[in-house]
Design a protein around this ligand. Structure first.
Ligand code: ZN
Ligand code: ZN
Length: 418
């Protein structure tokens, strides 16, 4: 793997690591450091995304190919993969500090959702609600206007992973998912399933590369003897073990760790959308392409509302857990297990890129308690997961047959892969 030569505007790649004092001084001197990776698609500056062959702006994603298609001349093409375009697969073991791509920059507190664009073709002013959409059609000249410039409200990411599953395919996945769980499914759900309500939505994620070292301290037990004694009518088993103090340290890199970019989805709401959407991970983020709002024509989108700084603890948690599984292989001799009592992670460097990932969503409101339930389909892999309303008497019956009693099951999340 080769390391891209450091450019002057990428100070985080340059030279030896700064000491903490130097870093603080640098941060003070330049409080608004420029993003380290510039990802704005300059060729789309005017917001009219034209077909490279005929110049029409009637461009949208063709789901079955994952490519952009011109509805006028049927020409198909795609944007370059960001992996190669911005060197995102490279130099993870050399990362220093926090490298942030321009689309993952901090969200301005006063940034509005509603943006007014001047149509470059006819001069009319067109409003785009960037919380849900990044295209609008000019009502005068019918050109499609696209939000291609990164705006400080989190709506324009660095990259987009285009839908690949068509709506028909998603509807089939959802149907199959629901019918496989027919025993548990609410009667009304079956009766009221409306494929038209299956919506394609791009959800915001932060995709992270990192270089880290983690350390763990704890105790491990090795069994030395085991015996059984008769006590009255009972037989009691005893064991003897040696207890060792131990520590482990591991250095590693992670490539394309994916975390939620929406605080509403990341926190646990009543319907636990977070669980469902996260349970259709992973996405083939390596195939994400350069931002072009034409990929969003006909889809809705949800804007990112968390900053990199706020997600750092989430990254650290995930790194600690990756490190724990990395050291597990060296703990074989502790046959009675290891208990970690203290752990620590040092993130040597991290690189953050914001990305829209494609999900087909079906929502259903349960009449009895008003809860919203979802079935989500990963629009790249077809992985399907959902929380479908539970029919309580039926579930109890099913549970008894396997000898298990479940409590509090109304609205429980059924997790299984399609
Ligand atoms: Zn064309
Ligand atoms: Zn116009």
């Amino acid at each position: 793997m080769t390391q891209e030569p450091a450019e002057p505007q990428q100070p985080t790649f340059d030279g030896p690591p700064l000491s903490l004092e130097e870093e603080l001084a640098a941060a003070k001197a330049d409080p608004e450091a420029k993003p380290s990776i510039e990802t704005v698609n300059e060729s789309l500056k005017d917001g009219l995304n034209r077909c490279p062959k005929c110049g029409s702006t009637d461009v949208q994603l063709r789901g079955s190919t994952g490519m952009l298609i011109c509805l006028f001349c049927r020409n198909e093409w795609q944007e370059a993969r960001v992996e190669e375009e911005f060197g995102l697969g490279e130099g993870i073991d050399q990362l220093e500090g926090t490298v942030i791509a321009s689309g993952a920059g901090d969200i301005a507190a006063d940034a509005a959702d509603m943006l007014t664009f001047k149509c470059e073709a006819c001069g009319a002013e067109v409003v785009v609600d960037t919380a849900h959409a990044l295209n609008a059609r000019c009502h005068w000249c019918r050109h499609t206007l696209n939000v291609n410039q990164q705006i400080p409200n989190g709506a324009v990411p660095d990259a987009v992973l285009p839908f690949r599953l068509t709506k028909d395919e998603a509807v089939e996945k959802i149907r199959a998912f629901a019918s496989k769980r027919r025993l548990f499914a609410h009667k009304r759900f079956k009766k009221e399933f409306v494929p038209e309500n299956v919506l394609g939505v791009y959800l915001p994620y932060l995709v992270i590369d990192a270089r880290a070292a983690s350390q763990y301290w704890g105790k491990g037990e090795v069994e030395t003897r085991r015996w059984t004694e008769k006590q009255g009518d009972n037989r009691v088993t005893y064991y003897a073990a040696d207890v060792y103090r131990l520590s482990r340290q591991v250095s590693f890199t992670v490539d394309d760790l994916t975390v939620e970019g929406s605080s509403e989805r990341a926190s646990f709401g009543t319907a636990n959308t977070n669980n469902i959407v996260n349970s259709v991970l992973p996405f083939d983020t390596k195939n994400a392409v350069r931002w072009n709002a034409s990929y969003l024509v006909g889809f809705t989108s949800e804007k990112r509302d968390v900053n990199v700084e706020a997600m750092k603890p989430v990254l650290e948690d995930q790194l600690l857990s990756i490190g724990r599984s990395e050291v597990r292989g060296s703990l074989g001799r502790f046959d009675r297990g290891v208990r970690w009592e203290q752990e620590q992670v040092d993130v040597g460097g991290s690189r953050w890129v914001s990305m829209y990932l494609p999900v087909w969503l079906y929502s259903y409101r349960q009449e009895s308690n008003g809860l919203l339930h979802y079935i989500a389909v990963n629009a790249r892999t077809g992985e399907t997961m959902g929380s479908i309303p539970v029919s309580q008497p039926k579930l109890l019956l099913a549970a008894f047959t396997v000898g298990t009693f479940l409590e509090g099951i109304a609205g429980a999340i059924l997790v299984a892969s399609a």
